[in-house]
Write a protein that binds this ligand. Sequence first.
Ligand SMILES: [Zn+2]
Length: 235
Amino acid sequence: MRQRLSSEPDRYRGRRRVPTPPRSRYAAVVTTAFVGAGIVALGANALPDAKSVNPSVLDELRQASVASQDAADRNGTADRATRDERSDAASEQDPWLLPLHGYDFKSPYGVRWGKLHTGIDLVAPEGTPYKAIHSGTVTKAGWFGGYGYAVIVKHSDGSEAIYGHSSAVTVKEGQEVKAGDQLGLVGNTGHSYGSHLHLEVHVNGQPLDPVPWLQERGVDIKLETEALYGDVAAS
Ligand SMILES: [Zn+2]
């Protein structure tokens, strides 16, 4: 950057005989150079042959540099504000979490035994407590056909999580839950081949693969990791 800085007066000197240098263009070039170098205050002495430069041009450059720095500051502030809002929303107020720990990821979403397996199976001992992956309202808590004893939580973004095959449910329909609140106990009820939690996610009423969907929210079911901080979730 130093070389670029010292080249500016030379560039100007070469054009000195032109009565009115194209001010906006010159300002843009110098502004880019100085802002790029991280120099906020552009003093007249910063230019080796400043005295040969028309003072009004220097003033204009100074103003342009300050204006650009202001704009850069404003942009920086806006960026920080966006980041803060995101991390607040993602982690401190409304995180996404794993439904339990120490499970064995058994059966992925997809066609299984000739039909679509609409969720994922997390094998864990009967009676292991499982928790809400996100805040929301309990819209189902009880027997739910092939799901056995199940809990459905509707999240504020409209998505739903279904927790199936419980040995018991420990919430009531209509109850508000936060991420990490216990919903029930892992079991082997309904159409189930052994003690496990069947976790299913519906978006717009349709099931989707919860693994990549939760990954986007900072939760990696396969790696059994959850992001407690928004900046981790966003990366
Ligand atoms: Zn299942």
